[in-house]
Design a protein around this ligand. Sequence first.
Ligand SMILES: Cc1ncc(COP(=O)(O)O)c(C=O)c1O
Length: 425
Amino acid sequence: MPRYFNWQYILILDLAYTIEYNYTFIIAITGGYLTEYISSRSTSDYGSIVKKDVQYVMQTYTRQPMALESGSGSVVFDTTGKEYIDCVAGIAVNNVGHCHPLVVKAIQQQAERLIHVSNLYYTEVQANLAEQLVSLSGMSRAFFCNSGTEAVEAAMKLARITTKKTDFVAADHSFHGRTMGALSVTHKEMYRSPFEPLVRDVTFVSYNDAEAIASAITKDTAAVILEPIQGEGGINVPSDDYLKAVREICDDTSTLLIFDEVQTGFGRTGKWFCKEHFGVEPDIMTMAKALGGGFPMGAIVASDDITFGKSEHGSTFGGDPLACAASLGAIEAIREEKLVERSREMGEYFLKRLETLTRDDVVEVRGRGLMIGVELNTKCADIVDYAREHGVLLNCTSDSVIRIAPPLVITKEQIDMVVDVIEQA
Ligand SMILES: Cc1ncc(COP(=O)(O)O)c(C=O)c1O
């Protein structure tokens, strides 16, 4: 049972809320800004936030016991003012850091001109972003949506309509999203089974095994979908020749190849896109997460003549002016601050430092750029708790892999602090 549903916990929250309420009330008589400051900074704020959340928000997430209030670069602050080095970064979203001035400025300026217009009309900002994405990815055209899962839906629909075939091959331990199509190519049984039947025509094969893909492809296979490095599945880096071999198999069988770069894109792995590490071009590529600099956004890009025709797909909000402006701001920040190179350098430093860990539960340290996994021979939830208490935010994926995906602006000093905390945890 989730801890927030524990009755003792609710009682404690009630008490905290009552204390805060009375405290705020007494201070309120003194009036002025002090009231607002104290009540917004008080530790019991957290209790009232949780109370409200538990009452009004569907409890789908296992949240950490803290409420975040602000952030800058690679640090965030909770409602008590406590500072954390953020090695989660919204799970590979805040690549340019929290509240990057170029993203903030782009959003502010765009918000004063036009926040949303329908895709019934052209906008310069959307055309500009499409041009940027095409140039960065080496693909031909973009379609805009609002999240990673929507990008995967778009990629699957595009593969079906292009090939007039129905089936997909996906990998064990894959994660592609929670909507029905994306969930169909997501491996984890726990996510899938309550919602079946999904798209039925999906075959899962071992990751990093090109022969398995060759065996799974049939005359009905529209596409193979792969993360070039698996994120949610435990930061699994394939061997150097895997994706090349998959590309050849797809070419030989007229099967499309989709790379899901939702987590690996925009400098995360030390290249603009992870495919560059392997020298392999997909037919369709998904992106989201860091695309909007923190603003919700998704997109696919596709090569040559692979494209949706009129009315074959659509999205009310996809590529709206505010999202596109935020994304252009984020891309500018990555370029100006050379964050792709920085990701590579800091990633190498981070990996080297992690390799010096003397903990006897470490099985392997792996990753590319600042997408790093520390696999343990035990569950990592306790380490996440310890780290949080000591000012570092970490995430645990696949139960026993500490996922480290900080903003690409993280410094060596911060990396040293993170490694020290993991060592001591
Ligand atoms: C590789 C990959 N694809 C798709 C998704 C789904 O993205 P979203 O949560 O934005 O729908 C994720 C999310 O973690 C992901 O890592």
